[in-house]
Write a protein that binds this ligand. Sequence first.
Ligand code: DGP
Length: 115
Amino acid sequence: MADCLFCRIVAGEIPATIVKRSEDAVAFRDIDARAPTHVLVIPMAHVAAVRDARGREGEQLLGRLLQFAAEVATELGLDAGGYRIVTNTGKDAGQSVDHLHFHVLGGRKLGWPPG
Ligand code: DGP
């Protein structure tokens, strides 16, 4: 989508610190890091939010993205201390970019519940 920020990162039009790529996903550092390690995992194809990943195709995409996020966490050294994978959906959750993304947060003790 031309006016989507994360599609523009995928296209290389907006710079980002990419930490890992797969066939259909990209992981890059969040510009507004809320933890010592804060990475976003996104599908390369535009999907607005987790609620839009429907059917068998959506099921497979979400599975791949979660597995990819776990691989990213391992590669960034988060397995020993633990980490959180979270996706905000819609305005009450504070979703600010309408392109599906999983936050991978770690490197400090994370509070629960989130605010
Ligand atoms: P959310 O609020 O859940 O929609 O998360 C969106 C995240 O995207 C937020 O933590 C900040 C991050 N972000 C916004 N703009 C940019 C950008 O241009 N580059 C990078 N790397 N991250 C961005």
